[in-house]
Design a protein around this ligand. Structure first.
Ligand code: CA
Ligand code: CA
Ligand code: CA
Length: 286
């Protein structure tokens, strides 16, 4: 079929205009010279989110105050989310509004209205938001974790739609915290759970079967720390970390294995009980 179509296409192209035929050569055409410099991706930075809908962003993973600060969302009763909503390779913020089960996202880093609002999941499930590139097309989309049955419901669509993946993973009605990341570096995000009381991460590379490919303890058990996910080494695969909301300290692990933190630093923030985030941030736009 393909050969026939190609032959037919060539014939159609050459037949009406004899002048066009000589330009068709059998030799492969060399690619045009590349003049633009290679794209340099920013390092993965971190951020915290807290009272009043305030984001504080560290572009570099170093101790100190966050120079980039802004408010997004209505300020109360929302969850912070982060993702590459437009596939430009850079991560920006959003919020999840539980009573509508709606994701409000913005493509630039800074204050302003949302660029898109997508309802996904049923508010009656008491869902918790999740973000990932489940199909590996470079665009992050949405998901929800339902604690009652420890089920994950994920979509590849950027508009309101039924789930593309649904799976049960982890114990029902637990206090475990759902996360997402590309643990094996194949371009597609898997899911995971952080078990606070034992300080154990349970991670799976697949969103079509609930089996943990990676399970390991990291950080002190029952510490009150919150999990955070990022490509700390810049190699195209995500790793985990912890954020201590009492001290502002980040502890990051470079391997999917038990061991001490490979990186520690502290964000100087006045936000109490803040939630951690990580991403490749663009510059702040006011
Ligand atoms: Ca983006
Ligand atoms: Ca995607
Ligand atoms: Ca993966």
């Amino acid at each position: 079929m393909m050969l026939a179509a190609l032959a037919s296409g060539c014939g159609d192209a050459g037949a009406p205009s004899g002048a066009a035929a000589p330009s068709v050569r059998a030799e492969p055409v060399p690619p045009p010279a590349v003049s633009s410099p290679p794209v340099v991706r920013p390092v993965v930075g971190v951020a915290v989110y807290g009272a009043g809908g305030r984001f504080e962003v560290l572009h570099q993973r170093r101790s100190g105050p966050a120079p980039a600060r802004f408010v997004f969302g209505r300020g109360t009763g929302e969850w912070p989310i982060v993702g590459d909503w437009n596939g430009d390779g850079l991560d920006t913020m959003g919020v999840y509004r539980p009573e509508q089960s709606a994701f409000l996202v913005r493509d630039t880093l800074g204050p302003g209205p949302e660029d898109r609002r997508v309802a996904f999941g049923d508010p009656l499930w008491a869902p918790e938001p999740l973000v990932g590139d489940w199909n590996g097309d470079g665009v992050d989309t949405f998901g929800v974790f339902v604690r009652a049955d420890s089920s994950f419901h994920l979509t590849d669509a950027r508009i309101t739609s039924p789930p593309d993946y649904e799976l049960m993973y982890g114990p029902p009605r637990s206090d475990w915290i759902a996360i997402a990341g590309d643990w094996d570096g194949d371009g597609r995000d898997g899911i995971g759970l952080y078990e606070p009381r034992r300080g154990v991460f349970h991670l799976t590379d697949r969103v079509d079967a609930g089996v943990a490919q990676h399970a390991f303890p990291f950080g002190p058990p029952a510490s009150g720390m919150r999990p955070v996910v990022g490509d700390w080494k810049g190699v195209g695969a995500d790793r985990v970390g912890l954020y201590d909301p009492a001290t502002g300290e980040f502890l990051l692990r470079h391997e999917l294995a038990a061991g001490a933190a490979d990186e520690t630093f502290r964000i100087e923030t006045e936000l109490r009980d803040a939630r951690p985030l990580a991403g490749r941030w663009p510059p702040l736009e006011r």
